[in-house]
Write a protein that binds this ligand. Structure first.
Ligand code: SAM
Length: 243
């Protein structure tokens, strides 16, 4: 439709269709569609986590809402999470899977997980959470070594050390069934993946930006998965395993 005076077309040949244009728009989404429908225990854990020094590491509630819907649409029962922190996404998962479902939740720190555990218990879903303490690489290798786990998971969510995403991808392709989904968090890393190389960034951010660029290129070229990259939160890449 053509512009009419001051009324601008929402979409035109000069614009992109991304909706992430302002903090106000994000606040609008949260207030309109996320907070009013947020599970009371997810809210409690979100508010506890917000007070933690590293509270920024937690996935935001709109991401939890997406994971929850996706898991329910898929009918996912058995899942893996790499990078648990206080358990916001683990709780969203445990609430979304059936009562006899399981989330194998891996983190190097039990201390972080213990902060969220009382809320997970109060929510009545602790029996669905199988927490494993330690570095994810060897723990995933342990699962692979046990034949009963081969292609036995419906879904995996990776939200830990970014430089190892490529390695986790190879391991998870052994554990997630064909038709299942592997989800990777932070794949746009604050937009830094598309910033000029000389943009001033911390050494850590340069390392993660480079790791994410490499990982994104690897996934784009991986014929074993059908990927989609969502500009939600910090960028979420969903990969449906097809081979
Ligand atoms: C971004 S936080 C996870 C946030 C969580 N998914 C949520 O939604 O609240 C990353 C977590 O990964 C964990 N981590 C970092 N390196 C790891 C590794 N090699 N193996 C397992 N966990 C790791 C950290 O201890 C931290 O708790």
């Amino acid at each position: 439709m053509a512009s009419n005076g001051d009324v601008k077309d929402i979409h035109n040949s000069e614009s992109t269709k991304t909706l992430l244009k302002s903090d106000a728009l994000y606040e609008y989404m949260l207030k309109t569609m996320v907070y009013p429908r947020e599970n009371e225990f997810l809210r409690e854990l979100r508010l506890i986590t917000k007070e933690h020094t590293y509270g920024f590491m937690s996935s935001p509630p709109d991401e939890g809402q997406l994971l929850s819907l996706l898991l329910k649409v898929m009918g996912a029962k058995n899942t893996i999470e790499v990078g648990v922190f206080t358990g916001c996404s683990v709780l969203a998962t445990a609430l979304a899977i059936p009562d006899d479902g399981k989330v194998v939740a891996i983190d190097v720190s039990r201390e972080y997980f213990n902060l969220g555990l009382p809320v997970i218990k109060k929510a009545g879903v602790a029996h669905k959470v199988d927490f494993r303490e330690g570095p994810a690489g060897p723990i995933l290798d342990g699962l692979i070594a046990d034949e009963e786990h081969e292609a036995s998971f419906d879904f995996a969510f990776v939200d830990a050390d970014k430089p190892n995403y490529g390695k986790y991808h190879e391991q998870l392709l052994r554990l997630v069934r064909v038709g299942g989904v592997l989800a990777y968090d932070n794949t746009l890393w604050g937009g830094s993946v598309a910033m000029p190389d000389d943009t001033p960034l911390t050494e850590d951010d340069i390392d993660v930006r480079d790791a994410m660029r490499e990982f994104n290129a690897r996934i784009a070229a991986d014929a074993r998965v059908e990927p989609v990259q969502l500009p939600i939160a910090d960028g979420i890449t969903l990969c449906r395993r097809i081979a």
